[in-house]
Design a protein around this ligand. Structure first.
Ligand SMILES: NC(=O)C1=CN([C@@H]2O[C@H](COP(=O)(O)OP(=O)(O)OC[C@H]3O[C@@H](n4cnc5c(N)ncnc54)[C@H](O)[C@@H]3O)[C@@H](O)[C@H]2O)[C@@H](O)CC1
Ligand SMILES: Nc1ncnc2c1ncn2[C@@H]1O[C@H](COP(=O)(O)OP(=O)(O)O)[C@@H](O)[C@H]1O
Ligand SMILES: [K+]
Length: 507
């Protein structure tokens, strides 16, 4: 068992892949072995997390997730801890593994109670073993009418777990969360994020939904126990984090020059005169990020007809759009581009060998079939493209709703990558980077301090810098997303995170 370190990459497996592994592992082991291992691992982690707990309360569901909880109860009871269990199952209806676990726990004298102890305090521990990966798919958003509405008893126990002052350890997955998508099933979303500390012990594999959409809030700290079956794991569904080089500069040869690190041109920043909304700041932010991200030279082509503006940072060079030497550039197009960016896109799409398309650049492509075809054609011409939509921009590109994008972020990012034959970063908590033929990467870094205007422009500029320095689009995008998130994670608690400060803090 180990805590999931965000410094390393990890394989992620869908529920289907985990079921395949479970079946292969169970076939080679005596009956009930996996559940006993799962219960023992849960008990070990419980003792480590709450060594001085006066009470451990375990809420167990009807299925095998509940069986894991019963096995954990037995281990904790045998270790001399004060344990009580609330089990929603019935011996005659329980799956075989869970029934055996109930029998062993009962025979050993584990205490069963209808609900949690009334005096659970902050030093105590609750274990959530209500629902695991068996959560019914038909209850998931977009999956039709729920087959099982959460019963009153299940709701009461979930509520007790979520409002308890005691730390909560979720077995395998927080109950009600879909382990593939990170979305709660209908009727299971909490009213607010619980205040008590939370841990999740994922069993056999790490699942993608633990790290994207609602997953990170639901899980708290994530741990993994492969139950001794890691060697049997099938091909990963996705990857958590990336180990690609952060900044090529420290390893660069002494005989480098500024041309060795690529030219980035940021094209965006519609002027105030166009539609009464000045967005030049977005272009400057992207350019500053490209500079701090290690690009050799950074140019800015503002879509600000007639205005002559001095760059806010003297390292940046101004260019008119018609003076851009597209074939030599990595273009970052769209940041604050407004309506004006549409006119530039045919040239950028046709001529830029490396292109990052953000914000209004994406909206223009979503609303214009010719631009969409030009984007799609870039792959066949050997030109590299990266799209960086937030969920609403992704929904426009996919002609669906934001809720449908969020319902399965991994699938949405992969669908976009397929449709446009390029790399896609679907932003938001647990950003997903997907590229044709590559394992998608979920980023587990970053936090809600990034939810401030301009941080997306900073990301686009940083991706541009990495692409300019020679990383592949998939490497450039996934490593930039990770560095962007890590900068937010390391941000001093007492300092405001603003987009321009973030750009300057990048490495
Ligand atoms: N069988 C095995 O070999 C192993 C199973 N393991 C555990 O077993 C879990 C999976 O067990 P199961 O397949 O039994 O599934 P779960 O225990 O996750 O859930 C199934 C139960 O929940 C109910 N349910 C499903 N969706 C519901 C909904 N929307 N509302 C209300 N009730 C709902 C079902 O009717 C069933 O009673 C894993 O998450 C893991 O904790 C682990 O012990 C590893 C080994
Ligand atoms: N709650 C959050 N957790 C993690 N990352 C976040 C969160 N909110 C925003 N971000 C990140 O901040 C950036 C915001 O980008 P975007 O929505 O395009 O904003 P803007 O257009 O204002 O720059 C993205 O990289 C996104 O993933
Ligand atoms: K659970």
């Amino acid at each position: 068992m180990h805590a999931i370190s965000l410094e390393r990459k990890h394989a992620l497996h869908s529920v289907a892949a985990t079921r395949t592994l479970e079946a292969a592992a169970a076939a080679g082991l005596p009956a009930h072995t996996l559940m006993r291992r799962a219960g023992a691992a849960t008990a070990r982690l419980a003792l480590a997390l709450a060594p001085h707990a006066r009470h451990v309360w375990i809420a167990c569901g009807r299925g095998n997730n509940g069986g894991d909880g019963l096995e954990a109860a037995l281990c904790l009871h045998l270790a001399g801890r004060a344990v009580s269990v609330t089990w929603l199952g019935e011996p005659d209806a329980a799956p075989a593994d869970a029934r055996a676990a109930w029998q062993r726990a009962s025979e050993a004298g584990v205490v069963f109670a209808p609900g949690p102890p009334t005096d659970l305090g902050p030093g105590d521990l609750c274990i959530d073993a209500l629902l695991g990966i068996g959560l019914s798919a038909s209850a998931l958003p977009g999956g039709g009418p729920p087959r099982h509405a959460p019963s009153g008893a299940l709701q009461e126990l979930l509520q007790a777990l979520r409002t308890s002052q005691a730390m909560v350890l979720a077995v395998d997955v927080p109950s009600g969360l879909d382990a593939d998508t990170g979305q709660y099933a209908d009727g299971f979303a909490p009213d607010s994020i619980p205040m008590a500390p939370r841990h999740t012990l994922s069993l056999l594999t790490l699942k993608p939904g633990l790290f994207t959409a609602q997953g990170r809030d639901a899980c708290g700290s994530v741990w993994l126990d492969d139950l001794g079956c890691g060697a049997l794991a099938p091909r990963a569904t996705a990857q958590l984090g990336t180990e690609h080089p952060v900044n090529a500069r420290p390893q660069a040869p002494h005989a480098s020059h500024k041309g060795s690190f690529g030219d980035v041109a940021v094209v965006g920043g519609e002027g105030l005169a166009a539609r009464g909304m000045g967005m030049t700041g977005a272009a400057w932010l992207a350019a500053r990020a490209a500079l701090h991200g290690g690009a050799g030279r950074v140019m800015v082509a503002l879509l600000d007809e007639g205005a002559t503006t001095a760059p806010p940072w003297p390292e940046l060079m101004l260019r008119r759009v018609d003076a851009l030497d597209w074939p030599q550039l990595t273009a970052v197009c769209g940041c604050g581009g407004g309506e004006a960016v549409r006119a530039v896109l045919p040239a950028a799409l046709a001529r830029a060998p490396r292109l990052v398309l953000d914000a209004d650049g994406l909206n223009a492509v979503a609303g214009d079939g010719a631009l969409a075809r030009a984007l799609r054609a870039r792959a066949d011409a050997g030109l590299a493209s990266i799209l960086t939509p937030h969920p609403l921009e992704a929904a426009r590109l996919l002609q669906c709703t934001t809720a449908q994008v969020q319902a399965n972020r991994l699938a949405a990012a992969q669908a976009l990558a397929g449709r446009y034959a390029c790399t896609v970063v679907l932003k938001g908590s647990g950003s997903v980077t997907a590229s044709p033929g590559e394992l998608p990467v979920i980023n587990a870094r970053g936090n809600a301090r990034l939810a401030t205007a301009g941080t997306g422009d900073v990301l686009a500029g940083l991706i541009g810098a990495r692409l300019a320095q020679g990383l592949t689009p998939h490497q450039a995008a996934s490593s930039a997303v990770q560095a962007h998130g890590a900068a937010a994670d390391h941000w001093p608690a007492h300092q405001a995170l603003t987009a321009s400060a973030l750009a300057a803090a990048l490495q």
